[in-house]
Structure formats: C-alpha cells, structure tokens
Ligand binder design. Structure first.
Ligand SMILES: [Zn+2]
Length: 188
C-alpha cells in the first residue's frame, strides 16, 4: 500500500465514526478542558474510553493545529512522561542518528502523518496553509515529544511510527491499550 492509500484508509475509518457527545465529555474530563476541533476518537482503551483523538487542522476560530493525533488518556500521558524523564528521548535520538533503517521508517511516519492530516483537512474543508510540512513530535529528523509519537502509533496502529512503537513497548508495564487502568469517569 502506498502512503497515500494508507492515509485514505485510516482517514476513512476515523471520519466514518465521528466523535459523539459522550466521547467529547470523557475527553474533556481526561484533559481538564474542552477538546476544541475534535473530529473523532482515534484509539480506545479496551474499556472503550478514548486514548487518543483526531483533531482538525484548523481549530474553530482559525487556529492552525498540527498535532492531528493527540494523546488524551491520562494513564498513557503519565507513563510517557515517566520515560521522557528517564532519558528515552536522548536514547531514541541517538538510535535515529545511527540506524539508517530506523531513520527511513521515521521519515515515512512523518509522510504518513502529513498525508493522513491532508485527508482530514479535505474532508473538513480546513486550510493547512500555516502548518504545511509540519507534523508532530519532532518528525522527520528529531524526537521531541513522545506523547505525539505514541498518539500516532495508537491511532494508526503499530508499524506506522517506529519510535511510537518503541515508546509503547517501553511503557507497557504502566500503560497498555489492551489492559484497562482507566480512572476517569465514563458516565456523563
Ligand atoms: Zn480503560
């Protein structure tokens, strides 16, 4: 599958299941603020609660928003913060500098991110003018935010972002989409 085909398939899946009021309410509790521009839940815990959301490229009010895949699950956010504090970003940046295959896969993750966002932008009729070429997390050459990279892995599946995949493996003892450790209320 080409990147463009993969992006179309992923975007269709997301757009076919737009966010419900209940989803938005749970994400609002997770973040402690209203999730502006939320298009859909991109990944869920085994219990059904959102883990990552897909956000439109241009927020209501005209604010450009490049982080299309956004991590919302508090347990995942916390687990990633732990490995960032432990120095995982330096480890991954060093790996990127040494490993050409990893570097190529990471560049591909960046291209897929942009292609996916483009599909969302077209569907929502949002301009990408101010974020053209900008993905998230430091891609395509650096690792700057593991939260963003894990969000891509959760939304697009393993194999989409090699660093996001590594981060997920590194936190499995603390966060795993197949093991519910959610604490945020699921009732409105
Ligand atoms: Zn759960």
């Amino acid at each position: 599958m080409t990147i463009s085909e993969q992006a179309k398939t992923l975007a269709k899946k997301v757009l076919d299941q737009p966010a419900t009021e209940h989803d938005i309410a749970v994400v609002e509790r997770q973040l402690g603020r209203y999730p502006r521009g939320m298009v859909a839940v991109g990944a869920r815990c085994v219990c059904g609660r959102p883990l990552a959301v897909v956000t439109r490229p241009l927020l209501p009010g005209g604010v450009p928003f490049p982080t299309t895949c956004y991590l919302t699950g508090p347990e995942a956010v916390k687990a990633i913060s732990h490995i960032e504090a432990e120095g995982k970003m330096k480890e991954y940046n060093d790996l990127l500098a040494e490993d050409d295959d990893l570097k190529a896969a990471y560049e591909r993750a960046h291209e897929l991110y942009l292609a996916f966002r483009h599909e969302i932008a077209v569907a929502m009729e949002d301009s990408e003018e101010h974020i053209e070429g900008t993905s998230a997390g430091g891609m395509p050459v650096r690792v700057k935010c593991l939260h963003a990279l894990l969000a891509q892995t959760l939304v697009m599946g393993e194999g989409a972002n090699p660093i996001g995949d590594m981060a997920l493996e590194a936190i499995r003892h603390e966060f795993d989409p197949n093991v519910c450790r959610c604490t945020v209320a699921n009732e409105d």
